[in-house]
Design a protein around this ligand. Structure first.
Ligand code: IMP
Length: 194
């Protein structure tokens, strides 16, 4: 079976990508422990997804899939967007970022808390050339308090149809998520290109 490196050090993302691509006949490999983190210096999700796919493909000499995701909050003009991972500072934890966002939205009423996750995935060949890219979006709202124990990152404060992404099962999240939409679009290309 052909194999594909998933260019992320984030175990939560790896687990979701593995579940979403479970039916695709490709062996997914994690990054080797010694891989050095690719600098996310791009100004857009597209640029960062490509930087990661390119950089990790070159480091491993394998086909590589990378994801860059941002949370865009309308009341904040689209922030944190591409800076979602570092919203509360360079070493911010998931909880720090959620607290920072809830504080930024403290005066924003429930009817004006629309937001969306945007996920861009990119696929690079072992020479680091980006061969394909896809995007997925999930619309929702930011609650005033965290709810639920599942998911990761901003999931406990992001709700769709009244439930946060931390209150639904992993399978339910993977049926509707931004990451799933992007990967479903890309999966035909994965099979063609590998
Ligand atoms: P990046 O794609 O590694 O730059 O991550 C962006 C940040 O967004 C991560 O640190 C997470 O906190 C958050 N994030 C990414 N994907 C998700 C998701 O599916 N749910 C909730 N938060 C996410």
């Amino acid at each position: 079976m052909k194999s594909l490196t998933v260019g992320t050090k984030n175990q939560d993302k790896f687990r979701e990508i593995e579940a979403i691509l479970a039916a695709v006949p490709v062996r997914l490999r994690p990054l080797p422990a010694e891989a050095s983190e690719v600098d996310e210096s791009g100004q857009t999700l597209e640029a960062n997804a490509e930087l990661k796919a390119h950089g990790y493909a070159l480091q491993t000499g394998t086909f590589c899939l990378a994801d860059d995701t941002g949370l865009e909050v309308d009341a904040l003009g689209g922030a944190p967007g591409v800076y979602s991972a570092r919203y509360a500072g360079p070493d911010a934890t998931y909880a720090d970022n959620r607290a920072h966002l809830l504080e930024a939205l403290r005066a924003v009423p429930p009817g004006r808390r629309q937001a969306r996750f945007r996920c861009v995935v990119a696929l690079a060949n072992p020479a680091g050339e980006v061969l394909a890219r896809a995007e997925g979006v999930l619309e929702g709202v930011i609650l005033e308090k965290a709810r639920g124990q599942g998911g990761f990152g901003y999931d406990p404060i992001f709700a769709v149809n009244g439930k946060t992404l931390a209150e639904i099962s992993e399978a339910e999240k993977n049926a509707l998520s931004h990451r799933a939409a992007a990967l479903v679009e890309l999966r035909h290309r994965i099979l063609e290109l590998l």
